[in-house]
Design a protein around this ligand. Sequence first.
Ligand SMILES: Nc1ncnc2c1ncn2[C@@H]1O[C@H](COP(=O)(O)OP(=O)(O)OP(=O)(O)O)[C@@H](O)[C@H]1O
Ligand SMILES: [Mg+2]
Length: 276
Amino acid sequence: MLEVRHFTQVFGKFKAVDDISFSVKKGEVFGLVGESGCGKTTTGRAIVGLQPVTEGKILFAGKPIRKKHPTTQIQMIFQDPMASLDGRMTVREIIAEGLRIKGIKDRKILDEKVYEMMALVGLSREQASRYPHEFSGGQRQRIGIARALIMEPKLLIADEPVSALDVSIQAQVINLLQDLKEKLGLTVLFIAHDLSVVKYFSDRIGVMYMGKLVELAESEELFQNPLHPYTKSLLSAVPIPDPRREKNRVRIPYEPACSDPAAAFREVTPGRWVMS
Ligand SMILES: Nc1ncnc2c1ncn2[C@@H]1O[C@H](COP(=O)(O)OP(=O)(O)OP(=O)(O)O)[C@@H](O)[C@H]1O
Ligand SMILES: [Mg+2]
């Protein structure tokens, strides 16, 4: 469904993303993980066509993404629900906006669709006339999800959709995404900065470090047998649900070796890639 080939993004003289390649298959959840600033959002924004690609290619259903005519079939949910929702618009206007841009003007049709989306994400239609600041963080993220889903996307890019939320609310939003994924047959690119959030949700995971992909594997394999030292370090930061083992958990710091000019992203076993 999605193919990212040798994607590089440069801002001024700074290489935010450096030659990454991965693909996302129809129906799967692909987790993209890495520390703050490693280039995850930049990658997501390029995929939805929000910024022109410096180098490389991004193909959706075999066709290149263009900034001028971005497809509505890819929608993104943003990291910070407060900043991504226009505070001067009601929830109804926010959720309906994409359809209005598409040219649908009939108020009744728009309202019906908005209510349907609100119900889908667990909001009530009575809340449609309210403004974003009147909602909790978790509810605001639901508004963002409804706004994305009303476009009936095939691919949903969820950019750290829960990192701004309380831990207790995080699980609710993840469960909602999981339900929606199944109900609507969505393909999801799920961005997160730690592995605990993507653990149960992703089929495959790509690990990014400073603009580069350092490892890519099926979720289970990555958790059972991480190969790259940075993945090992990320994994050592994931809390273990067993209190006795959790007490003895040792965090492994990552100390990057001097960058080896011969290092390349290599396929070590079928479907399993590591920078070495
Ligand atoms: N429009 C821009 N102009 C200049 N630099 C940018 C721009 N967008 C991103 N960057 C830089 O590119 C790097 C990667 O940013 P990006 O937002 O992709 O990180 P991220 O992995 O999403 O991090 P976080 O987990 O904090 O959201 C950062 O150093 C950031 O400062
Ligand atoms: Mg980001």
